[in-house]
Ligand binder design. Structure first.
Ligand SMILES: Nc1ncnc2c1ncn2[C@@H]1O[C@H](COP(=O)(O)OP(=O)(O)OP(=O)(O)O)[C@@H](O)[C@H]1O
Ligand SMILES: [Mg+2]
Length: 238
């Protein structure tokens, strides 16, 4: 059984000031099964983060197909309506970026509990689950009711990770989630990822130090260095 079938996926950005296009990545094809962990590698600027953003649809891919077998049936992440993508983000696809975007006057605990509240889980249960995860990742309890905008980079990243992991996912996209974490939190995350993998969650991740998750990896997707600037291609979507 396959969860995600990516075929000949491309992403280009139009740089209006230069009248040129930047290729983020070209012609990527791979499949991802439930419980499979694929590591995305390649030099700086190869398009690793852009690939994850295209699959989460923060970026719209320029061409190709990404057939995702959701609990409701298959849909192409390249062409799916924004409403369908919003539902997938709420229920099935988690994404962890390297940085948290804190919101004013929202506490760490509330930020982490929020994805569960949105699914209709009552506050007591949601906050209990959020607390467990924050504890697991080693965020000091004194900080749980505080606003993350003043947190250290590592503390913010713990909130960011807990927010993505608090609810069940079928696909988890991880963009250098450990870059600012201490050793204890990296260990806790590796253990958590092992359990998710065992439970059948598919994982696609970029890791600065892949040795941390080496025991969990099934495959490597190497993105070659990006080609130089191209003249505009009118057929592509910016
Ligand atoms: N929003 C954007 N607008 C224009 N160009 C972009 C945008 N996002 C990424 N790019 C370009 O796409 C290319 C790939 O960037 P991306 O961030 O995906 O690389 P990466 O492989 O994640 O690199 P790194 O290892 O440094 O994180 C780069 O040349 C980058 O400048
Ligand atoms: Mg990146």
């Amino acid at each position: 059984m396959t969860l995600l079938e990516v075929e000949n996926l491309h992403k280009r950005f139009r740089i209006h000031a230069l009248g040129r296009e930047v290729v983020a990545f070209e012609g990527l094809s791979f499949t991802l099964r439930p419980g499979q962990f694929i590591l995305v590698t390649g030099p700086n600027g190869a398009g690793k983060s852009s690939l994850l953003r295209c699959l989460y649809r923060s970026y719209r891919p320029s061409a190709g197909r990404a057939l995702y077998h959701s609990a409701q049936g298959p849909l192409d992440l390249v062409r799916a309506a924004d409403e369908d993508i919003a539902l997938l983000r709420q229920r099935e696809i988690g994404y962890v970026s390297q940085f948290l975007r804190p919101r004013p006057r929202v506490s760490a605990l509330e930020l982490v509990a929020e994805p569960l509240l949105r699914l209709g889980v009552p506050w007591e249960e949601a906050s209990a689950k959020a607390s467990l995860l924050l504890e697991e990742l080693g965020l000091k309890p004194a900080l749980w009711p505080a606003y993350p905008s003043t947190f250290s980079g590592g503390e913010q990243q713990k909130v960011n990770l807990a927010r993505a992991l608090v609810r069940p996912n079928r696909l988890l996209l991880l963009d250098e989630p450990t870059a600012s974490l201490d050793a204890a939190a990296r260990g806790a995350l590796t253990e958590r990822l092992a359990r998710l993998k065992e439970a059948g969650v598919a994982l696609l991740g970029i890791f600065h130090h892949p040795e941390e998750v080496a025991g969990l990896l099934d495959q490597t997707l190497e993105i070659p260095p990006a080609p130089p600037l191209l003249a505009p291609n009118p057929a592509s979507v910016a």
